[in-house]
Design a protein around this ligand. Structure first.
Ligand code: PHE
Length: 476
């Protein structure tokens, strides 16, 4: 096996790896879920709980994924198989099923973002006048226009194709090294506009004011909301961190990188809240939706419509930012599958063509995404599994795909992985990988890691799994 490794390629620099991994973590979840969850679940108190969970469960799972990926230097399936045996095969497949299913809707949402960018552009140059429609009306128009939704979904997937075809260093790394700083700058510009709107302060209060009532009423549900968000936001149990880690040089520090990814992702989530909530409170109208697709495509479009002449310009900027956040996550999801097929070819002694494999994976994603795009969040009367049950998981194809991946496969995979690392193969294996080429894993930190991976992570993942199931089985 060893002699094929030189075909695989590697990140050009640690910064490039970091930008790509932060790009994979920063996505729609940071923008449309975190700010509202924080506001509703206790403000600063929620943030503290989130940080504690990220520093314990998030940190140890991320570090373990990076270590296993880099140790084996192979796709997520082979990596888990070679350190965890038969159970590794099981979680390896889970970690490929989830990205594939997530892509079915993530690319549709990415396509919506691109559509909104175009809409605001044509408003700016006077081609169309969406500002005459309410945000809710233009959103409904988009959802029910199946051909256009499918077209933009395909455009989004095609963009992924062209980036990933270039390879780890000359494709993914190069794109993220420009895209992530650009995203950050745009976010700062949007924040400056948002917080200087009259009435913005209400949004800041909603998000940050400490409020212990939700914690007293139902601490467990706050805990599982924070855990589920942390887990999804860091893109754990998706094969992403294993895959990206498999291309990392042995010189680099896994501990430092894990901490930096977690800190950056959390920072962007907080910044997204400061960008989005003050503007929504100032211009979104009373009763505006503050989370999910409705926040992104209804409330915020209403905000841009109400902004006057500069509205479309901020609209373009904002939806470009969100498109970037989405595409850097989608790229990571596709690469998990691409790496799998490339490594499988290499193991069989063949030299797989990256271009061809990326093309085939993207085609398969187009097929499933067509279904989700045509469904338009359930607005077009398509048959949806378990629809009659009237549960959250069956309200649209998007929710159904999300249920299998985010609801079940991800937390289950991470639960099993933490048990395997903690109890079967043992935390020492991770320490060995962390310490190759002279990096240190201090005794105290290692004791903390071992304790968390053995006790805190399995217990936390079980709680998150149950919390997710409860959410998806809620009647709508
Ligand atoms: N972390 C991404 C977000 O916050 C979501 C995601 C999860 C993307 C898993 C890819 C894989 O939106």
């Amino acid at each position: 096996m060893e002699h094929h490794h030189h075909h695989r390629g590697q990140w050009g620099s640690n910064l490039g790896f970091l930008m790509a991994t932060v790009g994979a973590a920063v996505g729609l979840g940071n923008i449309w879920a975190f700010p509202n969850k924080m506001g509703k679940n206790g403000g600063f108190a929620f943030l503290v709980i989130y940080l504690i969970l990220a520093a314990t469960i998030g940190f140890v799972i991320m570090l373990s994924e990076l270590a296993i990926g880099r140790k084996v230097g192979r796709s997520v399936l082979v990596s888990y198989q070679s350190v965890c045996g038969r159970w590794g095969t099981f979680i390896g497949w889970l970690a490929m099923l989830s990205p594939f299913l997530i892509l079915s809707f993530y690319t549709v949402l990415g396509g919506y973002c691109v559509q909104y960018m175009v809409l605001n552009f044509s408003e700016l140059v006077g081609l169309t006048q969406i500002s005459h429609l309410s945000g809710a009306e233009s959103f409904q128009d988009m959802l029910t226009n199946q051909p256009v939704s499918i077209l933009f979904t395909f455009l989004f997937i095609a963009a992924c194709y062209f980036i990933i075809r270039g390879g780890i260093k000359d494709g993914i790394e190069r794109f993220n090294k420009v895209g992530m700083p650009a995203l950050f700058i745009m976010l700062v510009i949007v924040i400056l506009r948002s917080v200087t709107l009259p009435g913005a302060v209400e949004g800041l209060k909603f998000m940050f004011a400490p409020n212990f009532a939700p914690l007293k009423e139902n601490f467990l549900s706050v805990l599982s909301a924070a855990g589920g968000q942390m887990f999804f936001s860091l893109s754990l149990a998706m094969g992403i961190t294993v895959t990206y880690g498999s291309y990392l040089s042995k010189k680099e520090s896994l501990i430092k990188n894990s901490v930096l990814v977690i800190v950056s992702d959390t920072l962007v989530a907080i910044m997204a809240g400061v960008a989005v909530l003050p503007a929504s409170f100032a211009l979104g109208g009373s009763g505006a939706e503050l989370s999910g697709p409705k926040l992104l495509f209804i409330t915020l479009q209403d905000v841009f419509n109400a902004m006057g002449p500069l509205g479309p310009l901020f609209g373009i900027l904002f939806y470009l930012l969100v498109s970037l956040a989405a595409i850097t996550s989608a790229i990571a999801l596709v690469e998990v599958l691409v790496t799998f097929f490339l490594d499988r070819a290499a193991i069989k002694g063949r030299h797989g063509s990256r271009g061809k494999i990326v093309g085939l994976v993207c085609l398969a994603v187009m097929v499933e995404a067509t279904l989700v795009a045509a469904d338009g969040l359930g607005s077009n009367g398509l048959w949806i599994p378990f629809h009659e049950a009237g549960l959250s998981l069956s309200s649209s194809w998007l929710d159904f795909m999300d249920f299998i991946s985010e609801g079940v496969a991800m937390p289950l995979g991470a639960l099993i992985m933490s048990i395997l690392v903690g109890w079967v193969i043992g935390p020492k294996l991770v320490r060995e990988e962390v310490c190759v080429e002279g990096n240190r894993f201090g005794n105290r930190l290692f004791a903390f890691y071992s304790f968390c991976i053995r006790f805190v992570a399995p217990a936390g993942m079980l709680m998150i799994l149950l919390g997710q199931l409860a959410t998806f089985f809620t009647p709508v």
